[in-house]
Every structure is written in structure tokens, then in C-alpha cells.
Design a protein around this ligand. Structure first.
Ligand SMILES: NC(=O)c1ccc[n+]([C@@H]2O[C@H](COP(=O)([O-])OP(=O)(O)OC[C@H]3O[C@@H](n4cnc5c(N)ncnc54)[C@H](O)[C@@H]3O)[C@@H](O)[C@H]2O)c1
Length: 304
């Protein structure tokens, strides 16, 4: 049945005004009734996103390779008054990713949102292990003086390890979650975590920048393939955000650090909540006409 345009417009306007009034009185939550799966939810950007989504009414599945970190996020969500549960998931395992999707369906009955925040900056990266990260970064100091050695020293195995977690991990999580989303026919939203390194070669080591540019292309490809299923797929390409991953920046010699922040007009790192808020926008109906897009919360890095 088709309706004349004017009552439909009136209804839409009423719905928008009603929603805004509810927000104004704090009675409306952007993700009420939604189920969100978050890989890498045990720390940093994934953890902040899990807490933000839960605060907006979503039921959250926290997936991570480090069980203690994932369980900790679930505790945080619970003490904020939200709903979440943890499942162990190694991003590179197809089996673990399918178990993650099954966990969401068994516990909460659906998957509406997927955020792929599991990732590493270098081979052997372990979130929370500061000493290991600082040692790895110290070795790289030489590359400032002799850039060609970064290329020549790179082991293929190390390249593959980072590509596997960042790129294969994004693909596998999407495949596992999209199947039930398509079957349910209710659409949904996928938010991948790329980086400014998706577009700028200086924003990380070789395997990292290659993996992130591939995540960005995978995001666009999935957006085109899933548009008719009502599933929007967008990426976030954060600049330098204050998580375990960027602790290593503190090792950069003073003069280079000044140069580093000179590339960021806002002159500071971002905080995880600034990425969580970007993810919230992309996951919510407020981004209903966004797909195949990348948003860069980066303090102005890309104004050059
Ligand atoms: N922090 C930044 O400045 C920044 C900027 C751009 C992009 N990113 C990206 O954001 C994502 C999250 O990074 P972060 O800064 O929050 O780091 P983080 O170390 O705080 O969090 C990463 C999480 O991913 C998990 N993880 C690592 N390997 C995994 C695997 N194989 N399977 C499942 N989980 C795994 C870790 O246990 C951890 O909980 C990464 O993809 C990173 O590349 C971060």
C-alpha cells in the first residue's frame, strides 16, 4: 500500500522530534535492543567501545585472545550497569570466530553490530606487556638513521603474522557474523578499525601499513557486497590514540617527538572514548546513509 507523501513526511518529522525529545530527557538509548560483537574487546579501543555501546543499551559480546583482559571488560560493563559476556577468540582462527558468532546468537538471539578492534602493531605484540613492546620499539630507533634497513631486515614470517591478525582477522570475523545477519534479514552495521596508516606510509611499520590499507579496501568491498542486505560497512581510521599500542611513542627522542606532534594540528594523542564515540555513530541509525566510508578521528593529521 502506498501513502501520499505529506502524511509520511509528517510521521517522519514526528518520529525525529520524538526521538530528540527522548534524548533530551535521557530516556532514549541509541543501541537499545541491539546486540554488538566486539573483537579485541579486552583492551584499548575495543574495551572503550564495549563500554560505550553498553551504556547506549546494547548487549555486548566481548571477544579477545587474552581472557583476563576480556573478563575485565565484562566486569567493567557490568559495574556500569550494562550487559556483556566474554568469549575467547583468536582473530586468526575461523573456528573461534564461528564460535564467537554462535555465542552471540545463543546468549542474545541476534547479531546487529560487529566491531573488529582486534589488532597488533608488530609481530609478537601482546596487549598490556609494556616491557616487550618497549624492547621491540627500541630496536627500531636505528631505522630513523638508516631507513632502508627497515625493508631489508623484515622477515616474511613477521610480515605474515601482522597481516594475519589485522587483515585475515577482520575478514574471518565478518564472515562469521554476516552469515546470521543476512539470514535474519534485519540489516546491521559493521565497523572495522583501520588507521591513518591505511593511507599514509609513515604511520607505522611495513606490515602494519600494508595490513591497514588492505582492511580499508576490504571494508569498501564488503560495503558494496552487503548494501542490498541492508548491512552498512564502514571503517574508522584513528590517528594516535592513547592505548597500550602507542605507549612506545614515549621512546622517541625528544626532537623527533616534537616533530611527531607537529604533524597533529591538535597537538595531542586522542583518547579511546573519542574512537568509541565514532564507532557509536557509525553503528547507530544516525549513520543510516553511510557505507563504504572511512572516518579519521586523528586531531587533523590529514589536513596536510
Ligand atoms: N591506538 C592507536 O593509536 C590506534 C590507531 C589506529 C588504529 N588502531 C587499531 O585499533 C585496534 C585496537 O588497538 P588498541 O590501540 O586498542 O590496542 P590494545 O592493545 O589496547 O588492544 C588490542 C586488543 O586486541 C587484542 N588482540 C590482539 N591480538 C589478537 C588476536 N590474535 N585475537 C584476538 N584479539 C587480539 C588484544 O588482546 C587487545 O585486547 C588495532 O587494530 C589497532 O591497529 C590503534
Amino acid at each position: 500500500m502506498t501513502y501520499p507523501l505529506w502524511p509520511r513526511n509528517c510521521l517522519t518529522m514526528f518520529a525525529v522530534q520524538f526521538k530528540e525529545a527522548c534524548w533530551a530527557y535521557g530516556g532514549f538509548m541509541r543501541l537499545e535492543g541491539k546486540v554488538a560483537v566486539i573483537t579485541g574487546g579486552g583492551n584499548g579501543l575495543g574495551r572503550a567501545t564495549a563500554r560505550r555501546f553498553a551504556s547506549e543499551g546494547a548487549k555486548v559480546v566481548v571477544a579477545d585472545i587474552v581472557d583476563e583482559l576480556g573478563e575485565e571488560t565484562v566486569q567493567m560493563v557490568a559495574s556500569d550497569g550494562g550487559a556483556a559476556s566474554f568469549i575467547h577468540c583468536d582473530a586468526v582462527s575461523a573456528q573461534d570466530n564461528h564460535a564467537m558468532a554462535a555465542h552471540a546468537l545463543e546468549n542474545y538471539g541476534a547479531i546487529d553490530i560487529l566491531v573488529t578492534a582486534a589488532g597488533v602493531s608488530h609481530p609478537g605484540y601482546k596487549s598490556g606487556d609494556n616491557d616487550a613492546s618497549l624492547k621491540w620499539w627500541a630496536k627500531r630507533m636505528d631505522y630513523f638513521e638508516n631507513p632502508a634497513t627497515e625493508l631489508l631486515d623484515l622477515e616474511l614470517e613477521d610480515f605474515r603474522q601482522v597481516m594475519a591478525i589485522n587483515l585475515d582477522g577482520t575478514l574471518l570475523a565478518a564472515q562469521a557474523c554476516v552469515a546470521p545477519m543476512v539470514e535474519a534479514g534485519n540489516g546491521g552495521s559493521i565497523v572495522t578499525i583501520a588507521s591513518i596508516a591505511a593511507k599514509h606510509p609513515d604511520a607505522g611499520p611495513i606490515p602494519y601499513v600494508c595490513s591497514k590499507s588492505a582492511v580499508w579496501m576490504l571494508t569498501k568491498k564488503m560495503a558494496r557486497l552487503l548494501a542490498t542486505s541492508g548491512i552498512r560497512v564502514n571503517a574508522i581510521g584513528p590517528g594516535y590514540i592513547d592505548t597500550h599500542m602507542t605507549k612506545m611513542i614515549e621512546l622517541i627522542p625528544e626532537e623527533r617527538l616534537t616533530q611527531f606532534f607537529a604533524n597533529i594540528p591538535m597537538g595531542r594523542k586522542g583518547v579511546p572514548d573519542e574512537i568509541a564515540n565514532t564507532a557509536l555513530f557509525l553503528a547507530s541509525d544516525e549513520a543510516s546513509y553511510f557505507t563504504g566510508e572511512i572516518l579519521h578521528p586523528d586531531g587533523g593529521y590529514f589536513t596536510e
